[in-house]
Design a protein around this ligand. Structure first.
Ligand SMILES: Nc1ncnc2c1ncn2[C@@H]1O[C@H](COP(=O)(O)OP(=O)(O)OP(=O)(O)O)[C@@H](O)[C@H]1O
Length: 503
């Protein structure tokens, strides 16, 4: 008898979006089971149902052969199902173990039995081989370590099944390897791990079984034997797809972006989070920024777009000094894809059309009279961009919150890449995109570079960074510690600089 069975699951989002149609799927104890599929295939919807976040329109779930009603996440946790989301819910000033026990371990009198709780946390950490100091303060830890806290937290609540939603999207290759070791340990000790990822190589590396979904249906559940990424991609899309990045050598032109001697003092301490950073990006080149998350890349981008004011330094775009310009003024000089699409990239209260039109609406061609917008033109334009970037949507007048994560990302990327500015700043542009969409966007980035745009690319995906970049700067502790060109860019070198193995 399977451990968890999802039987005949349907989900219709009102009024008529069929996100899942008749999915049957089972999970065994002690297996790593991946779910793959294009953006919008229904993976998140299925997992939200299993975790009690949304109700299925029809179908049932059985655990150990018993029918269960998972009406909310609390109920899911009682049934041994835990989920680690992409956004962590941790209190930054708490120690690791305090975050783990948060909301648990109350005595009858309502106090936390700290000593006992701490011992239990340490036991879990030891049992599964998590490399983490439970006394460390959360704010001091890397994204990878914070993710571990979330996993340990689920285990502390006695999760038997862990749903991991694109856990490696924010990790370096080394950190991903460490996570895989922990996942193997969990599996070997009988836990069920449900793994959602768009990175097919890692899916094939760690899974026992793989379920492929397409357009709300389960296509197959496969034993992970003798499958290659091309087979998987073909099943996902329904036809063969060719992955090919074509990048020719071109001579870069004039300097478009120049960052000189940029420093930034932290708001919370006397520490500098950016230290004498010098960067140039010329027309016709893609310049990558590598670094473990939290080493100043975020602050660099925020200073560049004008939401943080540098302590010293100068930024010019196309020869114009923008150092003292507002965000609004700078946005007229650059395309910008932020790393977090939900809070900065999209306006969820606006419609899909308005989101695609944002910033473009300032252009003359969309104005009608003094204050009004030519909606007919706006409609045509938005449709065109949505089509070009293959956004799967139902109605342009709906909120982007009705779209799958990948399709939300395509809206932001589509809008920004069609702005036509000389400088393009991309922070994790393909995060959350399925393989075909990511490949499409990567090719487009190269096309833009070939057309003479200057591209600054920040990406946690080192493969992507290496495939696309003509030059790479590596950041560590707020400093540029290496500047690599075509001849010196390789994975090992970048990794060594990132980790500080070489200086
Ligand atoms: N709240 C919602 N309201 C209406 N439709 C929705 C809602 N959430 C998701 N959908 C639709 O349901 C379908 C499945 O979306 P889901 O988020 O499950 O896909 P996914 O496979 O997780 O995609 P991704 O890889 O992009 O995260 C999509 O067509 C999406 O537009």
């Amino acid at each position: 008898m399977p451990y968890i069975e999802m039987v005949g699951i349907y989900k219709v989002y009102p009024p008529d979006v069929v996100a899942l149609s008749g999915v049957d799927l089972s999970f065994e104890r002690g297996e790593i089971h991946s779910i793959v599929g294009e953006n919008g295939a229904g993976k998140s919807t299925l997992m939200k149902i299993l975790y009690g976040m949304i109700k299925p329109s029809a179908g049932m779930i059985k655990i150990n052969g018993q029918k269960v009603q998972i009406s909310n996440p609390l109920k899911a946790r009682e049934l041994g199902i835990g989920m680690v989301h992409q956004e962590f819910m941790l209190i930054q000033s708490f120690k690791v173990y305090e975050n783990v026990i948060l909301g648990q371990e109350m005595t009858l009198a309502g106090f936390i039995d700290r000593k006992h709780a701490k011992q239990r946390v340490q036991k879990i950490v030891d049992k599964y081989g998590f490399k983490i100091d439970i006394e460390a303060v959360t704010s001091q830890l890397s994204v990878a370590a914070q993710q571990k806290i979330e996993i340990v937290k689920q285990l502390y609540r006695e999760a038997e099944t862990l749903i991991l939603d694109e856990p490696t999207a924010v990790l370096t290759p080394q950190e991903s390897e460490e996570l895989f070791e922990e996942i193997f340990e969990l599996r070997d000790q009988g836990k069920t791990v449900i793994f959602i990822s768009h990175k097919l190589e890692e899916v094939l590396r760690i899974s026992d079984r793989i379920t492929v979904m397409r357009k709300g249906k389960k296509i197959a559940t496969l034993e992970n034997k003798g499958i290659n990424p091309e087979d998987l991609a073909k099943m996902m899309v329904g036809k063969s797809i060719v992955f090919q990045l074509e990048k020719s050598r071109i001579e870069p032109g004039r300097v478009v972006l120049s960052i000189e001697d940029l420093s930034l003092k932290s708001r919370r301490s006397d520490r500098y989070v950016l230290r004498n950073v010098n960067i140039t990006v010329k027309s016709g080149e893609i310049v990558g920024i590598a670094g473990i998350e939290g080493n100043g890349q975020f602050e660099l981008v925020q200073t560049l777009i004008g939401s943080l004011k540098p302590s010293t330094g100068k930024i010019t775009i196309d020869g114009i000094d923008v150092t003292n310009m507002t965000i609004r003024e700078r946005r007229k000089l650059m395309s910008y894809v932020p790393q977090d699409r939900k809070f900065t990239g999209l306006a969820l209260k606006a419609t899909i059309l308005e989101n695609l039109l944002m910033t473009h609406h300032l252009k003359k061609e969309f104005q009608k009279g003094i204050l009004s917008i030519n909606w007919k033109k706006a409609q045509e334009f938005s449709k065109k961009v949505a089509h070009e970037f293959e956004v799967v949507y139902r109605n342009l007048d709906e909120s982007p919150s009705t779209l799958s994560g990948g399709n939300q990302q395509k809206i932001v990327v589509g809008r920004e890449l069609s702005l036509g500015y000389n400088l393009i700043v991309l922070d994790q542009p393909t995060r959350g995109l399925d393989v075909a969409s990511a490949e499409y966007i990567r090719n487009l980035i190269i096309k833009m570079r070939d057309a003479g745009k200057a591209v600054l690319l920040i990406s946690a995906d080192l493969e992507e960074l290496m495939q696309l970049s003509d030059r790479v700067y590596v950041m560590r502790q707020g400093k540029i510690v290496a500047s690599l060109d075509e001849k010196t860019i390789d994975l090992q070198t970048i990794g060594n600089y990132m980790l500080g193995v070489v200086n």
